[in-house]
Ligand binder design. Sequence first.
Ligand code: NAD
Length: 440
Amino acid sequence: MSDGNQRTRYALVGLGSRAEMYVNALASGFPDTAELVALCDSNQTRIAAYNGWLTDAGHPALPAYTPDRFEEMLTAERVDAVIVCTTDSAHDHYLVSAMNNGRRAITEKPMTVDVAKCRAILDTQRRTGVPVEVTFNYRYNPVHQRVRELLADDTVGRVGSVTFEWLLDVQHGADYFRRWHREREHSGGLLVHKSSHHFDLVNWWLDDRPELVFGMGRLFFYGESNGARHGLARDYARAAGSEEARSDPFALDLAASPRMRALYLDAEHEDGYLRDRNVFGSGITVEDDMSVLARYRSGVSLNYQLHAYSPYEGYRVCFNGSGGRLELAVRENDYARSPVEDGFRLERPPGTDAADFTRATITRYPLFAEPEVLLDEPLEPGHGGGDELMLRALFGPPAADPLGLRADHVAGANALAVGLAATESFRTGAPVRVSDLLPL
Ligand SMILES: NC(=O)c1ccc[n+]([C@@H]2O[C@H](COP(=O)([O-])OP(=O)(O)OC[C@H]3O[C@@H](n4cnc5c(N)ncnc54)[C@H](O)[C@@H]3O)[C@@H](O)[C@H]2O)c1
């Protein structure tokens, strides 16, 4: 804490969509403990958009830095901690630099995108001893906290196996195929970018870590040849300015949303980042349908499936235990809560209604006894309420953490382990030992 008020001075790197949550929280949410003092991004138009919103809300504009002035920013702005919210493939650069300069490093998930970058982060952390935190907001979702408590209380006895299915719908799932997530070098693929949340949950719920992984995955739905095969292809490269895109339910209309326009359409002249590419266009190097089988150190097996072209969004996790079965079923979609204002065409997916649109249930099926519904409630906005609770833990006064919600670089690497090993398994066709990839 380097200012007289004992407030931690934060710099935020990466001023895209996700940054909004951090900017809003730090601008006004934690006046006694936290302060946002600088912004850094490779795109100065996006920083200017954020500074415009800050001044509109009565806050001062913040000093803006380009990537080559990152270290200068740490000194000049007396930064205590750096929040990394860039494209996934740039996380490692800023984490390593922050640690080398003795600044606490906080990163959005996934911690990084490949084995070499993960090793570099772990090596630097070991050498410098500087704390790294990975913001796994899904841990903070109260429903997920409840699952952790139930398993720790042996509600279904010892767990033998887990099945976990996650469905991304044709709004949220499709969105990964419009922008950088569609390229493995930038996102690591969805098993890294998206599933690191899910593998972290399993690691944390079981208090265990994965050791052997086998995976199969392919691009089945999105992409040029699939679009033609499924009769969904439209002939345009990006939606803005395209007549053809106007009637495409998969197109994103950036101009329809002042926020999306300011962050992306008006900023693309600087770096060529197109936010609204055709999901049935060429150049996609990640999968949209993935199956994984993993064995944990305790012997628990995990059977996991993710696909990104579902008619509805949600997930189901089942724990098979020596005393019965615990099932978590969730319908969620933060995307569809405000799709129109963010330029998304599809509103509520067909077949869902307002009442069950976002809802979680936890059911226990004991052996030789009646099932019991332990929880049945609507989800809070912001990743089931996880975002809000995580911000309080990050930026509020120090508080006890009995469930171990805060995640460090080791948890970040263990969350990557299944996805990285499964991706290697896609390539080789063989099971992969996590210890052959990462020094965990
Ligand atoms: N935990 C969650 O629920 C959640 C939700 C959304 C996004 N995220 C994470 O947040 C991060 C940002 O995602 P987003 O949706 O805001 O992406 P985005 O594309 O909207 O923003 C990324 C920003 O990073 C900047 N950038 C890219 N390379 C850079 C570099 N080398 N140096 C400095 N800036 C650079 C871009 O200019 C852009 O402003 C990602 O890591 C993503 O995985 C997490």
